[in-house]
Design a protein around this ligand. Structure first.
Ligand code: MN
Length: 258
């Protein structure tokens, strides 16, 4: 029930929206914020492949909106800022750079890997954080879908069975990795030397830098779940299984094993 005051306020807001012109009303929901946040540079914020509320009730619309339009957009903007003045990097994707970041070997002393990786030394941290943030989120949106969930099938299901002893055991191990990641980071299902493995990484580090291929990833930064789940990361992880896009994961598995 609306009070008279609320009703008046609603009328005022609606009027104001129309006064701004039909174009303002007809804009697709994700484009203006993304476009505004990535002014110029080679990297672009990809549109979310579904509506903000598509993953409800498991992931709420407001979280998706902020996560995509603000967090992901900021990684893109900062990556563009970082590479400005380095024209030799413009043809490289964030994925290329994350791979090159590890070309000298992760854990090798800085003096050695910098030269070998072929990326400007002073950009390595920005590429790791913002290139990682951009690439990880670009994948993450596609790893989820409306009415997702269930289990993988086909070759991927066989590989899960072989590596983990079954889907339930895989889920348990993956959830444990996500829950056990102290602070911000990701849980991953990766393909490493032809075998499936579970791992977690801190911050925006992508296993690609360590020579593995990502099949599935779960963002366990608080920004991914705090509005709805607050401190209950385990509840977020449990709900997230309902939106996993196994077709996308299976396609990646096929791509990296063929
Ligand atoms: Mn995130």
């Amino acid at each position: 029930m609306l009070t008279r005051r609320q009703a008046l306020k609603t009328v005022t807001l609606v009027t104001a929206a129309f006064a701004a012109g039909p174009a303002a009303v007809a804009q697709p929901t994700s484009a203006p914020a993304g476009a505004a946040a990535a002014p110029s540079g080679p990297y672009k914020l990809p549109p979310l492949p579904y509506a903000f509320d598509a993953l409800e009730p498991h992931i709420d619309a407001r979280t998706m909106e902020i996560h995509h339009d603000k967090h992901h957009a900021t990684y893109v903007a900062n990556l563009n800022k970082a590479v400005a003045g380095y024209p030799m990097l413009k043809a490289k994707t964030a994925e290329d750079m994350l791979q090159e970041l590890g070309a000298g070997g992760v854990g090798v002393g800085l003096g050695m890997s910098q030269e070998m990786a072929g990326l400007p030394v002073e950009l390595r941290t920005a590429i790791r954080n913002n290139g990682g943030g951009h690439h990880n989120h670009s994948l993450f949106w596609q790893m989820m879908k409306k009415d997702g969930g269930g289990e993988p099938n086909g070759e991927l299901a066989k590989a899960v069975e072989k590596s983990f002893g079954g889907f339930s055991a895989f889920k348990e191990g993956f959830a444990k990795a996500g829950l056990g990641q102290f602070g911000s980071g990701w849980a991953w299902l990766v393909l490493r030397e032809g075998k499936l493995a579970i791992q977690a990484t801190p911050n925006q580090d992508n296993p690609l830098t360590q020579g593995a291929r990502v099949l599935l990833g779960l963002d366990v930064w608080e920004h991914a779940y705090y509005l709805k789940y607050q401190n209950k990361r385990a509840d977020y992880i449990a709900a997230w299984w309902n939106v996993v896009n196994w077709d996308f994961v299976a396609d990646r598995y096929a791509k990296f094993t063929n």
